[in-house]
Design a protein around this ligand. Structure first.
Ligand code: F6P
Length: 448
């Protein structure tokens, strides 16, 4: 057990279906130094804290707070040739989903010799027969070239399905291993399926693969798709800067996705190095008054002649309360956000007008453009590696886990430790400090 920053006790033990006894067909090694990749043993751990404060943490603490290392196991739980596997992609689309599907199918088929792999259509809805979307067979031929495209060849949907219905479907279709490719909500869905399976005592493994442009899955360094999304968002910030700098008192305003977390806005702003203000959901937004955003914006306009503002869609929602009718939710139960971008545009125009500052405001919202694209090379590598490690975990009989990465190593993370947490930008972390340093908004937010 390890007490983490959020005060919760972590138990990073990964559940498994039973003792693995089947020899892996992979021709790997157990000897270090023979120039052949080694099988990974369950005793291999990835430390949670890469940094130690000398004198504080003893070796036993470090050992307790560690993830199981992911990778191919020498002994498997499932007999590959008798295995039936399902893959489902859930939630918002995200770059790299097709890469993950393709890599899982090829790893299963070509390396483990698994013959039957099925893709469930349109998210968890595809696991409810009443929705009428029968699964499709996935083979190396059917996934050829799919990684060149964004989206998901299986389709997706938001929202859970009753876990009893899902497990009935898995049992009827004799699925032994289910891969859930999804974000934080989908991982909660995967966990309730795992719980229902455990309740029934049936040997079906559930393995999550974390995707999300929002980067909001806890206990993983990053989700796949995030890097592609923020890289594309950089173009919008650059365009906003060019437009703002091209006019006297030019204001460039960019709204980016990021419901509860400002990772995309923060990452893209640091990368573009063109933003003067970055507004994220993690930092309360104060518009008015001598220490408010509008005052700071006017001052920046006076000093540099143009300003670039990047706002995450979830920022400043409390300011829009008066504009809100009844709170609406999407199928996943997320509160539908109000449009902070248009609101800020109006408030900036009004404020500068009142101050008699003639200005030009260009508003850019790349919206779904940042998530419908194919994966960048780095996200292609990452999504594929996560998927391959998910296959290794599943074949070894691990269950109720997601495959993540931590301190540069691939890891097994029990879903029960993920589902109660929320991941947001840590205001004491390097990323947010880089935002403050690169924008110069240091004195305004995040710092008293
Ligand atoms: O998947 C994450 C995300 O892209 C958020 O950034 C955004 O708020 C949301 O999904 C929008 O998704 P949709 O309109 O498909 O429900």
């Amino acid at each position: 057990m390890h007490r983490s920053n959020d005060g919760r006790n972590e138990d990073l033990t990964v559940p498994r279906l039973g003792v693995p006894t089947v020899r892996s067909p992979l021709k790997l090694s157990t000897i270090k130094g023979d120039r052949i990749y080694n099988f990974v043993g369950d005793e291999e751990r990835v430390l949670m804290d890469a940094c130690l404060t000398l004198g504080e943490a003893g070796p036993e603490t470090a050992l307790a707070s560690s993830f199981e290392r992911a990778g191919p196991r020498e002994l498997l739980y499932f007999e590959p040739q008798r295995l039936r596997v399902g893959i489902v992609t859930c939630g918002g689309l995200c770059p790299g989903i097709n890469n993950a599907i393709r890599s899982a199918v090829i790893e299963l088929h070509d390396h483990y010799r698994v013959r039957e792999v099925f893709g469930f259509r349109y998210g968890f809805a595809g696991l409810n027969p009443d929705e009428g979307h029968p699964p499709i067979p996935l083979t190396p031929q059917s996934v050829e070239g799919i990684h060149h495209d964004g989206g998901s060849i299986l389709g997706s949907s938001r929202g859970p399905q009753a876990s009893e219905v899902v497990v009935d479907t898995l049992m009827e279709r004799e699925i032994d291993l289910l891969f859930v490719i999804g974000g934080d909500g989908s991982m909660r869905g995967a966990y309730s399926i795992y719980e229902e399976i455990s309740r029934r005592g049936t040997p079906i493994s559930v393995v999550g693969i974390p995707k999300s442009i929002d980067n909001d899955v806890p206990l993983v360094d990053k989700t796949f798709g995030f890097e592609t999304a923020f890289s594309i968002a950089v173009e919008s910030i650059r365009a906003a800067h060019t437009e703002a700098a091209g006019y006297r008192n030019g204001v460039g305003l960019v709204r980016l996705m990021g419901r509860n977390s400002g990772f995309i806005a923060a990452g893209a702003s640091v990368a573009a190095a063109d933003a003067d203000f970055v507004l994220v959901p993690e930092v309360p937004l104060m518009l008015d008054g001598p220490h408010g955003f509008l005052e700071a914006l006017a001052a920046r306009l006076r000093s540099s002649g143009h300003v670039v503002v990047v706002v995450a869609e979830g920022a400043g929602q409390d300011l829009l309360k008066t504009e809100r009718g009844p709170v609406e939710q999407d199928e996943s139960g997320n509160v539908r956000l109000l449009d902070i971008g248009s609101y800020l545009k109006r408030r900036i125009d009004e404020e500068l007008g009142t101050r008699g500052i003639k200005h030009t405001l260009k508003y850019i919202d790349p919206s779904y453009l940042i998530r419908s694209a194919p994966a960048t090379p780095s996200d292609s590598v990452y999504s594929s590696n996560l998927a391959r490690n998910a296959v290794h975990a599943g074949l070894a009989g691990k269950t109720g886990l997601l495959v993540g990465s931590w301190n540069g190593e691939y890891t097994h993370v029990p879903l029960r430790e993920v589902i109660h947490r929320q991941r947001t930008v840590d205001l004491e972390d390097d990323l947010w400090y880089s935002v403050l340093e690169s924008t110069g908004q240091l004195a305004l937010w995040g710092v008293p």
